[in-house]
Structure formats: C-alpha cells, structure tokens
Write a protein that binds this ligand. Structure first.
Ligand code: SF4
Ligand code: FES
Length: 533
C-alpha cells in the first residue's frame, strides 16, 4: 500500500485512489463539491486544491510547487508529499467559497438540507460574515423535474454530480447543464422528467439543498433525527440503509455505503418502500378464536394457548402433524428461535420456507447496481436455518399442498410482508388444518379460519441478521419500538422458547452462531466519515 505524507503526517492509503479520498479516509475534512467516489472525476469546483512537492525542473530538488493542484484528480503515489494546512490552500477555499456565495440565497432556515449541507459547513469554515456583492443576486428558478424531485436551482453550485449520476450510474441521462457562468443551471430535457428507479440518489448526492425529495420536503429538520443502521427489506439485494427517525416515527430512508452490496446507492423502492410501517390497517392486538369469532386476547394468554395446543397436536406421530412456516421477512435469529421451539415439542414437525415474492426479473444498471426481482430480504438466511435443523422440510408451495391434503393438525404461519399476501387458494388449503396460527401485519383471508392471530412488527421495529441473495450476512438495527400493542417476533419467540428477559439480537446471535457457523461471520461495511461522499 502506498504511503504519502499529508501535512507532515505519514498516511497509508489504498492503491490508485485520489489524494482527496486518501485524506478524507485518514480524517482530513477537505472541502469539496464535485468529487464523489462513485462518479467520474471532473475537478470543476476547485475547492479541494492542495500544495504538492515536485522536483525542481533544473536542480531536481524536491520543493513545494508554486501552483495548487486538485487533490481529487491527483492519484496517490508512494512517497509523495502534499499539504492542505497552508495559507495558500486556505485562501483558495476562502475565495472559491466567496464566489459560490455570490448568488446563493440565504434561506438556510427553510432549506431541507440545513444541518447536512456542505455549503453551510464550508461557509462556517471559509466564508466571510458579510458579502462584498453590491449588485442584486441573480436568482435561478425553482423547477419540478420529476414525480419525486424538485430542483431549487438558485441553491445549485453546478458540481454536476447529479448529471454524472444519470449518465454513468443509471444510464438514463435525464439531467444536463444549460447556460453558462452565473446563469448556469441544471435542467431536464423538454418532456423527459427525472423518473428512473434510482433517481432519489440525486437528492443524497447533491451537496447543497438544490435537489429536494418531495416526500421529505419541509417535514423535519435533520438535527431532530436519529439514524439507525439497517438493511432494506424490499428485495434480496441487502441494500444498506439509514433509517432516519425520531419519537414521531420513521421520516426517511437514505443509502448507507457498503462496498459489497449497494455501494453508495439505493433503489427508489428501498427509499420509499417504508410507508407500511405506519399503515393504519396493521394489526395491533393478538386475537384467539372463541365461539367461531376472533376475540382480542393478551400476549401472555397467546403464549399459553400456543404451548398447550401445539403440544397436543405434537402427540401424534412424533409431531409430524405440526408445521411452521418461516417467512423470508424474518431475521435469522427469529427464524431460528421459532424453528427450535417447534422442533423441541414436535421433532418430526415440517419446517417450511415461507412465501418468496418475485416480481419480474433482476434489473442491472450500467455500473452494476442491481434491483432484485426477489422481493424479500432473507430467503437465504431462512433456508440456512431450515437446512440446519434437517428432518422434514418443504417449500411454501409444498407446505400449502400438504396442508390442503389434511396432513397437519397445527401450523404456525409467519408473514410480515409489506403488502397483504395470502391468496384465497392458500387460505382454502390452510382451512384444512385444525389449528392455524397466523403471525402477520394485516388482517387477511386466513382470519376466517385462524385459531390464533398475532400482530407482527415491521423490520424497522426489529433487529437481527438478513442474508442477501449473494450470501452476505448483514446485521440490521431497530429504529423505533413496535407500535402499541405489538410485540416483536424476536421477543415473542424468545419467550416462547422459555428464555427470560429482553430479546437482544446480539445475544441470540452468539447462541445461533455457536450452532450454525454460517452466521458467525457478519459483514459490516467500512465507516464513511462526514463529507466523505
Ligand atoms: S443540483 Fe446539486 S448535485 Fe446537481 S449540480 Fe447542482 S449542486 Fe450539484
Ligand atoms: S475540484 Fe476537486 S472536488 Fe471539486
């Protein structure tokens, strides 16, 4: 690995990266707008300039070159020496910032980007308290550029990150720069809105508040939000996300860098696919069938009911009349706890991998980002759990067929999908099972027959491991508590298994990894410092 010297300190860096990237990774907060590690380098904003030692043309002696160099466009070379902590470099940043602020509106109090805006942060470090501009500010227009996105071009610094994103990452090229100088602005082509499956990334990419997400517009100040590290549940790609939330719930989803899964981007499906967390149709109380109708009950009573009824059903054929359907929406820890409990009372119980929704085909964009057709986060993790227990197992279709043939006396069916999913024919087959427990988010056709119905929690209210379609084992954190009346699956299965206290995914993971080594190695992406993309 090459070693370079930055401001007198030796830094070891990855081969081939620009000095700017090396400095950011080593903890220098070098100002920059146009550079983004996922895009081509244009070196147009001139904020990241540095001093560099070069050999004198005649004497060949190493010394500081008189001009400044763009650190984003200079690859690291072993032994090179650069500096950012110099009067020359600071003066450059100061002058460039003055230029950027000439026409920039002073609307931070109403700007969604305030609190996470590069221009605001750099202005604090390099800006002047007063502007020397005496002319009226030139005001570029506000535009509606697509179904999800607004462009306030008076805030734009023409870094062209958004333009390069639509050319290089999505290959759709909806955005372009029109006009020049202070009149320069970003625009769409007539009649071609910004409307591709990854378009929301331009809002995160924009270093200032020029590109805005209509969904988040004026909803929250970012300093009122906390962020949980999570994995998107919308498909099997394992897209790493931040869930931004506060006491009032979830407010937005942003991409979280992961070099092995989604890099810097997420699909719009992952970005906007969280609204079901607050869906009014969600179940919020356990219910047990009494005199032909589902009547509200408590979690403790549900636990007692389950133990009794499943133990009774397990008396036949060493438990062969019992089945559990492990949804691919469950975390590995949750699937393992439920499977372990079922097999502990019914050694010959059938373990089935739950319904795996698939829509269309995988879609891969020019630089490799792929939206997966499989619309659940943890099929591979649940399959690994089922394979670990051995014995009778089934796919979801095989389970439904066997249920329709009357092979089961008791079945525990888990769901948790963002949309209602139980088709009428599945409900008809399950009507042949004497005691069906359905653990799901919404009321559905199984309600007509279910002996016990339990409300599920969404992924944002739970924690655990998901295994993506490439076998990457990734942890996700809980952002918000389950809605009132709901208990997380992890907590309920923990109690069902006779464990005492609070379910903690980390604790259960240790037990799980001791039994299934595939879950011992959990991948955590490298941390990205503030302003590092
Ligand atoms: S809209 Fe944002 S990302 Fe696009 S050029 Fe302007 S400042 Fe850069
Ligand atoms: S010129 Fe280097 S980041 Fe813009």
């Amino acid at each position: 690995m090459p070693k370079i010297v930055i401001d007198g300190k030796e830094v070891e860096c990855r081969e081939g990266i620009p000095v700017l990237q090396a400095a950011l990774e080593a903890g220098w907060d070098v100002p920059h707008y146009c550079y983004h590690p996922g895009l081509s380098v244009v070196a147009s904003c001139r904020l990241c300039l540095m001093e560099m030692k070069l050999p004198h043309p005649q004497t060949k002696e190493l010394g500081w070159a008189p001009k400044l160099f763009p650190s984003c466009q200079t690859p690291v070379r072993d032994g090179m020496e650069v500096r950012f902590a110099s009067e020359n470099v600071r003066n450059n940043a100061r002058h460039v910032m003055e230029y950027y602020l000439l026409n920039h509106p002073l609307d931070c109090p109403v700007c969604d980007k305030a609190g996470e805006c590069y221009l605001q942060d750099y202005n604090e470090r390099f800006g002047n308290a007063a502007s020397r501009m005496v002319e009226d500010k030139y005001k570029n227009p506000k535009k509606d550029i697509g179904p999800h996105t607004l462009l306030y071009s008076d805030r734009c610094v023409i870094c062209t990150r958004c333009v390069r994103f639509t050319r290089e990452i999505t290959g759709t090229g909806e955005l372009a720069v029109i006009e020049r100088g202070s009149r320069g602005e970003i625009d769409i082509f007539p009649g071609v809105p910004l409307d591709n499956e990854l378009q929301g990334n331009v809002v995160d990419l924009c270093p200032v508040g020029a590109l805005l997400d209509k969904d988040f517009l004026f909803k929250q100040r970012v300093w009122m939000l906390r962020s949980a590290k999570s994995i998107s549940p919308v498909d099997s790609g394992g897209q790493n996300i931040w869930i931004d939330y506060n006491d009032y719930g979830v407010h937005r989803i942003r991409p979280r860098f992961n070099e092995k899964a989604n890099e810097w981007w997420i699909s719009d499906e992952a970005r906007f696919g969280w609204k079901y967390v607050g869906d009014e149709r969600r179940l919020s109380q356990p219910a047990v069938r009494e005199a032909g109708a589902l009547e509200p009950t408590g979690w403790d009573a549900a636990l007692v009911w389950l133990r009794e009824k499943f133990a009774a059903a397990a008396q036949l054929d060493d438990g062969a009349a019992v089945a559990a359907v492990l949804s691919p929406m469950l975390a590995c820890e949750e699937a393992w706890l439920l499977a372990r409990w079922v097999r502990s009372i019914a050694p010959q119980a059938t373990l089935a991998v739950g319904y795996v929704p698939v829509r269309g085909e995988d879609k891969t964009f020019p630089k490799g980002f792929t939206i997966r057709a499989e619309k659940c986060p943890n099929r591979r993790g649940v399959e690994t759990v089922v394979a670990h227990f051995g014995g009778p197992s089934a796919s979801f279709d095989e389970f439904v067929r066997a249920a329709g043939e009357g092979r089961f006396k008791a079945a525990y069916v888990t769901g948790g999908y963002p949309d209602p999913w139980i088709a009428d024919d599945v409900a008809a087959a399950l009507a042949k099972v004497e005691r069906v427990v359905v653990h799901d988010l919404y009321p559905g056709p199984l309600d007509a027959h279910a002996a016990l119905r339990l409300p599920a929690a969404t992924w944002a209210e739970r924690e655990g491991l998901f295994v993506n379609c490439d076998g990457l084992v990734q942890p996700f954190e809980r952002a918000i508590p389950p809605r009132e009346g709901v208990k997380s699956e992890g907590q309920f299965f923990y109690e069902l298994a006779g464990e005492v206290g609070l379910f903690r995914a980390g604790k259960v993971r240790t037990m799980l990894a001791a039994e299934i080594p595939a879950f011992a190695e959990v991948f955590e992406p490298r941390e990205v410092p503030k302003h590092a993309h």
